[in-house]
Ligand binder design. Structure first.
Ligand code: SF4
Length: 63
């Protein structure tokens, strides 16, 4: 699975970090960093992150 975050939209609300901490995290500068090719088993967490993101910045594409 491929995950992409539109960083032009992302406002670093970090809702995705709470929903899917194995995929999304904030770095030392509070910038969002993420795994762009996570394991398929993480899909439920990622879908929760997508639903939680207030600006719909997270996209999933088939790998
Ligand atoms: S929840 Fe959305 S806006 Fe917030 S850090 Fe994640 S991708 Fe960015």
């Amino acid at each position: 699975m491929r995950v992409r975050v539109d960083m032009n939209r992302c406002e670093t609300h970090a809702q995705c970090v709470f929903a899917a901490p194995d995929v999304f995290r904030l770095d030392d500068n509070d910038e969002l960093v993420y795994d762009s090719a996570p394991d398929d088993s993480l899909r439920p967490d990622i879908e929760q992150a997508m639903a939680a993101c207030p600006v719909q910045a997270i996209l999933i594409a088939p790998s």
